[in-house]
Design a protein around this ligand. Sequence first.
Ligand code: NAD
Ligand code: DAU
Length: 354
Amino acid sequence: MLLITGGAGFIGSNFVLDWFSQRNEPILNLDKLTYAGNLQSLSSLEYNKNHLFIQGDIGDRTLIRSLLNEHKPRAILNFAAESHVDRSIHGPEDFILTNVNGTFHLLDEVKSYWSDLPADEKEAFRFLHVSTDEVYGSLNKYDPAFSETTAYSPNSPYSASKAASDHLVRAYHHTYGLPTLTTNCSNNYGPLQFPEKLIPLVILYALDGKSLPIYGDGQNIRDWLYVGDHCSAIRTVLDKGQTGEVYNIGGDSEKTNLDVVLTICSILDDLKPAAQPYSELITYVTDRPGHDRRYAIDAHKIESELGWKPAENFESGIKKTVDWYLTNDKWIDNVTSGAYKNWINKNYSKRENV
Ligand code: NAD
Ligand code: DAU
C-alpha cells in the first residue's frame, strides 16, 4: 500500500480520488485535518475498503513508527504541509513546525523503517516529496523558466520552509541512500481547493457580488496547472522516476493575475449572468509583502525522461473548475463557515483599495 500524508487537502484528496479511479492498491491516508483538511472531499470513498484514513500529525514520530510497522507501505507520498503564502506572512510558526520539523520527523522514521526492510523491498521503496516552484524565488519578465538546476532562492516563510524540507529530503538520499523523489510544481487549480487561494476565492466572491481583490498591479505571473494533471505527474514520477532526482512539473500556462481573474469573470458572465459584468467587481488592493513577481516552469525533464505532459490547457481546466464550484454548494457552504470568516477578516480588512 501507499502511505499518503495530507490526503484530505486540495491536491492530496484529488490524488486519492484519482488513484482509485485508476488503480486498486490501498491507501493509508494520514492527515492532521487542519483548517485545510476536509474529509467531505473524500466522502465518495466512505465504503471503499482500500482507503484507510488516520487523523494525525507527520511530526508525531510514535504514530508514524507504528503506522509504518503495522501497514508496511511500499511508498510514502508527502503532500502534508501548511501551503498558503499569506498565512505564512501572518503566522510563520506553523509552517516551520509542519513543513520543516514535521518533514524531518517523518523522513527520519521512514529512514529507520526502510533500513530494516528486506533487500528487494528496500530497493523498490520510494519516498516522494511533493514540493513547489516557489523554492526557486522570483523571475523577471524575460528570465528563463525554473529548471531543476535553478538555485534555490525562497522569499516567503512558506517557500523558505518548503525549501528546507526539500534540502532535508535531498540530504536523506545523499547521506543515507533513502530512495527519494522530489517534485516541484507550479500553481494548481481545480475542484476541492480551499477558497483562500486566488482562483476559488475569486469564483466565490464573484458569485456573492463581492469585490474581487487583486494584490498590487495584477501583473504578477503564475504558471497554472490543472490539479488532475499534477496527480498524473506524481503517479508518473512514482512509477518511473529515478531515485534522488528532482522533477519540475508545470502547465506551460503563464498568466498574469489580472488575466486569470478576467477569464473567470467572462466564464461566469456566460454561465451565470449578473446585472453587471463580473469584471466590474475587480478592486486593486494593497500588495502582499515580498510578493514574487513571476514563476515559470521548464518541464522538459519530466516530459523527455518520463513521457509526462499535461492533458488540460488553462482554458479547458478553468471552465471545468468554475463549473465545479457552481455545482458543489454543500462543499462550499461547509468550508466557508466559521473559521474561514476569521481568516478573510485578518487577511483583507487592513488592505486598502489602491
Ligand atoms: P492544502 O493546504 O490544501 O492541504 C494540506 C493538507 O495537509 C491538509 O489536509 C492539512 O490538514 C494537512 N496537514 C497540514 N499539516 C499537517 C501535519 N502536520 N500532519 C499531517 N497533515 C497535515 O495544500 P495543497 O494545496 O493540497 O498542497 C499539497 C502539497 O503540494 C503541499 O506540500 C504544497 O506545498 C504542495 N504544492 C501545492 C501547490 C498548490 O498550488 N496548491 C503547488 C505546488 C506544490
Ligand atoms: O507556485 C506554487 C504555489 O502556488 C504553491 O506552492 C502554494 O501552496 C499555492 O498557494 C500557490 O501560491 P501562490 O501564492 O501563487 O497562490 P495564491 O492563490 O495565494 O495567489 C496566486 C496569485 O494571486 C499571487 O500572485 C497572489 C495573488 N492574489 C492572491 C489572493 C489570495 C491576489 O491578487 N489576490 C488574492 O486575494
